[in-house]
Design a protein around this ligand. Sequence first.
Ligand SMILES: [Zn+2]
Length: 370
Amino acid sequence: MLANSIPEAEENLKLLIEISKKFGLEINKEKSNVLIFNDKEKTQEICGIKVTDNIKYLGITIINKKDLFKKQKENMIEKAQKLANMTFNIIEKCCNKVLIGKTYWKSLVLPSVLYGAGVINFTNAEIQKLQIIENSVYRKILGGRKDTPVSAMRSEIGASLMKTRIIESKINLSKNISTGKNKLLKDILRKTKADKKNRWTITLDKYLEEINITSIETEKLNKKEIKDRLRRWDSENWRKEIESKSSLNIYRYWKKEIKEETFYDNRWSSKLLFLARTNSLPLNIRNRHTNGKVHCNICDMNVNEDLEHFLIDCPKLENERCQKYIEEKDVKDDAIGKFLFEVSNIEEKKEMIQKMWKKRKSLIQEMDDL
Ligand SMILES: [Zn+2]
């Protein structure tokens, strides 16, 4: 029941109690609660029903503050973190970590965490918190390192942004109400949308502007078409991101879209291939911001140990390197790209990287022993 004032609430409650009685029904006051917004008198109860500072309605916690979903959003973030921490237990013993991990996160965790996201207004900082949790899950299931770019993990796994999902649920909520049969809800939606000071409306309008879609279009387009528009916006974001990362210069040339790769499995060789593709193999070039020891330790060439040196040039890995897969090219980036991104012989290529990595490791070990 909603009311604009305490006297109005009392009036309504009295009526409800009275009328219910005629039908032999009774209000369970122990199980009922009152929430008062902007209460300066610190009211304790109304008609014997206790006043609290939060209630749970249809699974969503509402508090008596200006941001009435604040607690709910904190709960959502907490839940996402808890379920993200469980990812390792879920994927540990399964046959394909990437497949199961992705299914766990997208089909089980997200629907539960984002339940009700359409009605709630998130700040960018709150969305970012959820995004960071999600990134940690992708890092876990792909075997990414701290410096593996998020944008590359996202496109290897085929995932959209948290923000895209939140925008989609907001648009869909509005669509479901306006095409549905509930007249009261339609009325509320119409009034809410007309009120340009309403936070829900402000947020929705901002999102529509951001993805460059008009309010009229959201009504005309079907859900699939809206999804496509959102995907396009999401991909543009992704493209900007990978273009800003110099370490992904080969990646962005070969990987043109966000698309799940199906060749990943639980083997070490698979993780190495992933790290090589995303240019985050722990080669010495990665030390450039820390101790500065960037030269290759295993050969005497006195050059930086980067992906090119490891895959193509290092003479100490000659026997493990299979020339059949690493072709001679004028531009070495082309040879690397062809090797890492063309899926033909992908299993042999995984094997080859693993052999090379093993050799590198044992040569470093030998040198340490000396
Ligand atoms: Zn070398």
